[in-house]
Structure formats: structure tokens, C-alpha cells
Ligand binder design. Structure first.
Ligand SMILES: C[S@@+](CC[C@H](N)C(=O)[O-])C[C@H]1O[C@@H](n2cnc3c(N)ncnc32)[C@H](O)[C@@H]1O
Length: 342
């Protein structure tokens, strides 16, 4: 889209019962070229125009609309929410409190335009706020580490449920989070199953540094190494082996937040179907788990059949697995497997 800002959603359209803001809607000012040239993460020009139109809005409530419109034009999936979260981040307020602050006529917070321009350039929201929510936790994230996703909270839940049951039944529970990234799953298990012993493994130094920060004081034992080889000393004794590994198949364009900012080493599982790493990790899980231990692994929604095949009696060392089921995420897509070691 080139030309004017006129008619961008959120700017001119009055909220129900609220008259249009003067200077917006039909009377909207010309859009800075920078805003109109941002599409799908491709920034054709400087984003200074975005920053100055947001900062020039005067009042926060107007700036929120300008910011949401700019983010919408940039292809951001949830423009209004992101506009609010960025302002809330600067002011140290949640979205509810921010709405009140905006209604009271607060000014645009210092640095808001710059943050919105960065988000319009499709830098992940979590890199700009520096934190990602995961279950009850807030984790440090940034360049070089995979941003934890809501669907992985269910993977963590399966590990937590099993660890709690094992702890209650046996008085101890040994959990390994392979491919820990920020440390999300390991931190969740440690905080929600006090008394469990949790190890976390991460191969890449940048991600490991974030895990070290997030896991400080949690009691989780963090290891820099290859999840396919590390912790030999625990072989045959692990109660829960959980992982959100690299599994993405080679495929079409992803959003720039993922394609540009999540490390490739966190995403792609190898092979056309993305199953090379999950296949190898399943063999490792069979080595690490005690008889009756549980393997929990996230996978792509296209991989259900290929994943279940890994647990067939003919795979790996025949007879490794007693049972395996693929479970859905919150939207009903098949997204993780739980398998019981024979
Ligand atoms: C999809 S990310 C998941 C991170 C985290 N578990 C989460 O759910 O947010 C996969 C992680 O595995 C790490 N990784 C890739 N290969 C690995 C290996 N061979 N051993 C250990 N970690 C590995 C990547 O660096 C990345 O941090």
C-alpha cells in the first residue's frame, strides 16, 4: 500500500459510542511513507516516520491508535494488543491499567515511537519487552534464543503431571528437559513440582546463556551439550524425558518474527519432513528412561503419523515402547506425543 494513511483500521473508526477523534478517520493526516512501505517484514524505507507519528500524537490514547494502525500496516498479527503491551511495558502497567491511564489523558511515554517502529520492522514483541510469559513464569528472551510458545505450556503440563505422580508414588522424580532453550519447560517443572530433580540440556551457547539466567535459583541443573549424548550417567533412570526439540519441516515462508529472529538451530528438524532430530531424540529417550518412564515430545501438526511410527514395535530397539499417543494443542491440532517406556 502506498500513499495516505486514510482509512487504516483503528485510526478513524470511532469506538462504539465514541465520536471520531479530530484529525483522524476521514480527516486523517497523510501517512508517513515509512509506515505505508512496511509489509511482511520488508522495510522499504526508514521507520523514523512511524516513530515520529506515534510520538507526535501528543496523548497516549491517540498514540495507541496511531501505533495500532502502523503495526496493522506492517502485517503484525495482533496490532492493537501489541501497541498496548509496548506502552504498558514502558509504563510498568498491565493492559487494564493502561486503558485507564490512556483515558485520563496521559502523555505519550518517552521512547514509545521507537519501540513501535521496531515492532513494525517485525522484531518480536518479546525481544522488545525482554520477557515472555510461560505458565506462571516470565522468562528472559532476546536474540539467539527461541521464544517459548503457548502450545508448549501443554507439553510442560504433561511432564508436570507425570513428575508429580511419580514423586507422590516413589518419593523422588527425575526429569530431563532436552533442548531447553530459555529453560521454559525445566523452570515450569521445577516450580510446579517442588522436590523433583530437574536437568536441562542446551547445545547452543546463546540459548544456554538465557537458560542460565532464567534457571538461576530454581535448582535446575543446566548442561551445555548435545541432548543426543549428554547425561550418560543417568541412562536408564530418568522418570520423565521431555522436549520441545527442533522439528520444523523445510517449508514455506514463516512470519519474519520466526524466520528472521528464531534461530534456525531451534527450528528445523532436518530432512524434508523435519523428523531427523525427533527420530534421533526418540532413540535417546529410550536409552535415558527407566522402564515405565514417560517421554513427552512436541512436534509439528503434519507429523502425527510419522511420530507414531517412531514408537512402533519395529522401530529402534524393538519393544522399547509400551504405548504412545498423540495429543492436541488448545486449538485441537495434533502437537505432542506421550510415550511410555516398556
Ligand atoms: C524449539 S527450541 C525449544 C526451546 C524450549 N524448550 C521451548 O520450548 O521454548 C529447540 C531448542 O533446542 C536446542 N537444540 C538444538 N539442537 C540441540 C541438541 N542437539 N542438543 C541440545 N539442544 C539442542 C536449540 O538451540 C533450541 O534452543
Amino acid at each position: 500500500m502506498a500513499g495516505e494513511f486514510v482509512g487504516l483500521p483503528g485510526l478513524g473508526d470511532a469506538l462504539p459510542g465514541v465520536p471520531p477523534l479530530p484529525g483522524f478517520g476521514a480527516n486523517a493526516p497523510a501517512v508517513p511513507a515509512a509506515v505505508s512501505e512496511v509489509h511482511d517484514g520488508v522495510v522499504a524505507g526508514s521507520l523514523d516516520g512511524v516513530a515520529s507519528s506515534v510520538d507526535g500524537a501528543g496523548e497516549l490514547r491517540v498514540a495507541l491508535r496511531v501505533a495500532a494502525a502502523a503495526l496493522n500496516a506492517a502485517g503484525v498479527e495482533s496490532p492493537r494488543a501489541d501497541a498496548e503491551l509496548l506502552a504498558g511495558h514502558l509504563l510498568g502497567q498491565d493492559r487494564g491499567r493502561l486503558a485507564v491511564t490512556a483515558l485520563m489523558g496521559a502523555p505519550v511515554p518517552e521512547g514509545y515511537g521507537e519501540l513501535v517502529a521496531a515492532r513494525a520492522a517485525r522484531i518480536p514483541l518479546q525481544h522488545l519487552t525482554g520477557g515472555a510469559p510461560f505458565r506462571s513464569l516470565s522468562l528472559a528472551v532476546g536474540p539467539g534464543v527461541f521464544v517459548p510458545r503457548p502450545e508448549t505450556e501443554l507439553v510442560a503440563q504433561a511432564a508436570i503431571d507425570e513428575a508429580a505422580a511419580v514423586l507422590a508414588a516413589r518419593g523422588a522424580a527425575l526429569v530431563v528437559d532436552a533442548c531447553t532453550g530459555t529453560g521454559a519447560i525445566a523452570a515450569a517443572v521445577a516450580s510446579e513440582v517442588p522436590g523433583s530433580v530437574v536437568h536441562a540440556i542446551e547445545l547452543h551457547e546463546a540459548a544456554h546463556a538465557y537458560a542460565a539466567r532464567n534457571l538461576e535459583g530454581t535448582g535446575v541443573r543446566l548442561h551445555l551439550g548435545d541432548a543426543l549424548e549428554a547425561l550418560d550417567e543417568l541412562a536408564g533412570s530418568v522418570d520423565v524425558f521431555v522436549s520441545n526439540p527442533p522439528y520444523v519441516p523445510v517449508r514455506e515462508h514463516a512470519d519474519p518474527e520466526v524466520a528472521v529472529h528464531d534461530p534456525d538451530t531451534a527450528l528445523y528438524g532436518g530432512g524434508a519432513d523435519g523428523m531427523d532430530f525427533p527420530r534421533a531424540l526418540t532413540l535417546r529417550a529410550a536409552v535415558m528412561l527407566r522402564p515405565g518412564g514417560l517421554f513427552v515430545m512436541e512436534h509439528d501438526e503434519t507429523q502425527e503419523a510419522a511420530v507414531l511410527e517412531l514408537f512402533a514395535a519395529t522401530q529402534g530397539r524393538a519393544g522399547d515402547w509400551a504405548q504412545a499417543s498423540v495429543l492436541p494443542d488448545l486449538t485441537g491440532r495434533p502437537r505432542f506425543v506421550v510415550a511410555r517406556r516398556a
